[in-house]
Design a protein around this ligand. Structure first.
Ligand code: KG4
Ligand code: ZN
Length: 372
């Protein structure tokens, strides 16, 4: 199967061969909707970011996020179906993010997806947000085959995971405090950059002089695959305070030193994880995976090992509906049954996930119950 996006002719209802799945993502501050087909790949997707809504507060306000998902989600579903040249009758399943995330925001997607699935008598699949990120490289042509090591670096998470098969994940390491994206955002805020600061800081670092400041590479001086980024943030704070009336160049130099420290730390741990698992395939996912210097560094590192690194394109690194549609489609394809629950899990360890076969249940009973 190619997972390349393909334009299909517009028109009335058109049922495609294979499985056609609608994906809905509402775990945080992005509303993402997509339609995917197991034979044709991604058919259409749309993303609405609430960044402007929350920028005023310097972080995501959960109640505002939920309300905005309510406003956007249904029109976006209609828009994406129209783009795919489809109607709801052409869907074989609906996948939604069931966690982890903000409970109110998750409930908007879960209730909408579950109700639609009930009305259409098709299965609804509760998808783990991180599983979506882990599988996102498969939205591109030539995806990696498991087993591989995945680095998940987002605003809320920093994990190193060994992907053995769909639903079989071994946690290799995680952050003990701040996530990598959170460290980028907090440091950017300290330097007076707008929210969310990661991409702004990365842009500023481009003009910074490397080596003028040097921050530590936390937890690289001892064995292990865990991370810690909160001390790094404090080091930046102290260096910044020492500067008397900092110039724009000072600011860029500090940004460069911070980015170099994070990128180095992530690369050192990835190299260790590959050695520990005897793997040479690395996948990077999550918003920080959009960072250009991190991409370059990991490309050089894996090439040096005779391996390879996969990155989803930047729009699929950050939260999106396509990765949720993909994870749901793969699970349905592998025989997982839909569930009638509208259950969300704000905290949901990735290692508690089960492979699709373990959730095969009684699909017939589910469909019968849906249509009765
Ligand atoms: O995966 P994501 O969209 O949302 C979460 O699930 O958290 O990741 C967002 C995070 C933010 O912290 C943002 O600042 C960071 O990814 N980010 C970046 C870059 N682009 C986004 N950090 C560093 N460099 C970038 N180019
Ligand atoms: Zn995410």
């Amino acid at each position: 199967m190619t997972r390349q996006e393909r334009k299909i002719p517009q028109g009335p209802s058109r049922k495609l061969p294979g499985l056609t799945v609608l994906g809905v993502e509402t775990s945080c501050d992005e509303t993402g909707v997509a339609v995917i087909n197991s034979e044709h790949g991604l058919l259409a997707h749309a993303l609405y970011s609430q960044i402007e809504l929350h920028a005023l507060y310097g972080g995501v306000v959960p109640e505002l996020a939920s309300r905005d998902h309510v406003r956007r989600l249904t029109p976006m579903i209609s828009q994406v179906l129209a783009q795919a040249g489809m109607t709801t009758d052409d869907l074989d399943g609906i996948a939604y993010t069931a966690g982890p995330g903000l409970v109110g925001a998750l409930l908007v997607g879960a209730a909408t997806a579950r109700s639609m699935a009930w009305a259409l008598a098709i299965p609804a699949v509760a998808v783990h947000h991180m599983e979506g990120h882990l599988l996102a490289p498969a939205l591109e042509a030539d995806p990696p085959q498991p087993p591989y090591v995945a680095l998940l670096v987002s605003g809320g998470h920093t994990l190193l995971v060994q992907v053995l098969a769909l639903g079989e994940y071994r946690l290799l390491g995680e952050t003990l405090d701040d996530a990598a994206g959170e460290a980028f955002d907090k440091t950017a805020q300290l330097l007076g950059l707008p929210y969310p600061g990661g991409p702004h800081l990365a842009r500023l670092a481009e003009t910074g002089e490397p080596g003028r400041f040097r921050f530590s590479r936390p937890m690289t001086d001892r064995p292990g695959l865990d991370f810690s980024f909160s001390g790094l943030k404090t080091q930046v704070l102290l260096a910044w305070r020492k500067l008397d009336a900092p110039s724009p160049q000072d600011r860029a130099d500090v940004a460069r030193a911070f980015e170099d420290a994070v990128v180095d730390t992530l690369a050192i741990k990835c190299e260790r994880a590959l050695a520990a698992t005897g793997n040479s395939r690395l996948v990077v996912a999550g918003g920080v995976g959009a960072n250009r210097r991190l991409r370059q560094r990991l490309e050089t590192m894996t090439a040096g090992l005779g391996g390879r690194v996969w990155f989803p394109r930047p729009e699929f690194c950050t939260d999106n509906g396509a990765m949720i549609a993909l994870a749901g489609m793969l699970r349905l394809q592998a025989g997982q049954a839909g569930s009638l629950d509208i259950q969300v899990r704000p905290r949901w360890p990735l290692t508690q996930l089960q492979p699709p076969a373990a959730l095969a249940g009684d699909a017939q009973a589910t469909v019968a119950a849906q249509s009765s």
